[in-house]
Structure formats: C-alpha cells, structure tokens
Design a protein around this ligand. Structure first.
Ligand code: SAM
Length: 235
C-alpha cells in the first residue's frame, strides 16, 4: 500500500519536474508538447533538450536526406524526431543490449567509469513503442547490432543525411559513428552530440574528429553540442 503511494508520488514529482523544463513555446504547440510528453517518458533526456531536438529537426524539414540516430535506447528522442519529421526516412541504430565495454576515456562528469551494459533496453518493448510513432513507424528502420558492424554496411543504403543524432556515449562508439556517417551529412545539415559535455570519451572522439578541420562545435547546453555543417561558399 505504502509502496504504491510512494510510487505514485514519485511519478507526480517526476512529471511536475519535467513539465517545468518544457519551454513555454511547446505549450502553444500541441504536436510539440505531445512529442515531448510521450518521448520524455522513454528517455533520460530532459524535456528542454527534447524541445531543442524538435526545433533543430524543424530546420532540416526542407533539406534532402534522412534522419539517423545512433543510440536509441527506449526510443524517447527518436519519437520526438519522428514526430517532427513525418515524411523523412528515419534510421535508428542500437545494440538494444546496452553499451559495449568502455575504454579508459569513458568517464562521466561525476568521475564514474562507464560499464558494459549501461542503458540496456528491450528490443521487443521498443518495437511495441514503434507502433505508436507517426505513420505507425512505417518510415522508420531500426537496425539492431553494434555500430562497428551495422554502420559500414548500412551507410550506402542510408544515402544523404540531414540530421545525425549521436547518442552512443562511449569514445569508440562516437568515433565509429563520425567516421562512417559525418561525410553523408548534407550542406545545412546538423550533427547533434548528446553527450559531449557528459562523457569525456565522447568529447575526445568529437574533438579528435574535428581537429585540423574547420568544423565548429557549438554548445547547446551543459552536455548537448552540435555541428552545423555549412559548406563555405566560394567567392
Ligand atoms: C544514452 S543511450 C541513448 C538514449 C536515447 N537517445 C534516448 O532517447 O534516451 C545510449 C545507447 O547507445 C547504445 N550504444 C552505445 N554504443 C553502441 C555501439 N557501439 N553499438 C550499438 N549501440 C550502442 C546503447 O545500447 C544505448 O542504448
């Protein structure tokens, strides 16, 4: 009885906390609000970051190219992207076994070393949720496996990318995603890196990748960063 009450109180508390983070603009946009509300129940990402994902997704709606997410977990951020970009092909990559073994670089802001199996989520549960995506998820392809095996095989099939959401946490995972997919992102497209400020291995992989290039890493909040891939125009 007490457990049931305390669970309910916990739920109300989380919901109210989440609501406080939803930017005012979302309250006037029922589709955006719903996407953040439904997606927010299946992710550790705060509502403010989901709202930003929605806004960036809106900017690529007129660009050519698919949406790709590497690191989908229970599908929360993918739901927000799919809700804003209903007419684009969406590719979701994950092991659905959690993260692989970490390296010495994979330390979070509290000093904790990442562990194999972190963020494990059920593929069956995810597929059930997929049926509640816009178009019942018919424009979504979920590819299960390790990035290092799946991305080299799928990158040609994906073709052009307008929005690349990197949420694979570890150094090796982020490095593989950048090496396989960055070049596919079109002029004007975005690469959003969820963990740049949170996992030091992720930051290292991005920093190494952009070193000796002109790409700028822009800060969106304490952890979420992005690269806006705009090709310099020739004069
Ligand atoms: C933080 S979670 C993603 C969160 C998700 N974007 C959301 O909305 O909540 C990180 C995910 O990356 C996946 N992952 C990390 N490295 C991977 C790799 N090398 N291959 C496949 N999946 C990987 C994990 O299985 C996990 O589901």
């Amino acid at each position: 009885m007490w457990t049931r009450h305390s669970r309910r109180l916990n739920h109300i508390n989380t919901t109210l906390n989440n609501l406080r983070q939803v930017p005012g603009s979302a309250f006037w946009n029922p589709r955006k609000f719903r996407a953040i509300w439904v997606g927010g129940a299946r992710t550790l990402m705060p509502a403010s970051r989901l709202a930003r994902l929605w806004d960036i997704a809106a900017e690529v709606s007129s660009l050519d190219g698919a949406v790709v997410e590497c690191g989908t977990y229970k599908g929360g951020s993918a739901f927000v992207l799919a809700s804003r970009l209903r007419n684009k092909p969406i590719w979701l990559f994950d092991s659905w076994e959690g993260c692989p073994s970490s390296s010495e670089f994979d330390i979070d802001i509290s000093g904790r070393l990442g562990q194999k199996g972190d963020f494990e989520a059920s593929f069956d549960e995810f597929n059930k949720f997929l049926r509640h995506f816009p178009n019942q998820g018919k424009n979504v392809t979920a590819v299960r496996g390790w990035f290092e095996n799946t991305l080299p095989t799928y990158k040609t099939r994906i073709g052009k990318i307008s929005l690349l959401h990197l949420d694979g946490d570890w150094y090796e995972s982020t490095k593989t995603c950048l090496e396989c997919l960055f070049e596919r992102v079109v002029d004007g497209g975005f690469i959003i890196i969820d963990d740049y400020g949170y996992w030091s291995g992720c930051r290292k992989a991005v920093d190494e990748f952009v070193k000796n290039t002109n790409w700028l890493i822009e800060r969106l909040d304490d952890t979420q960063h992005m690269i806006h891939k705009i090709f310099a125009s020739e004069t």
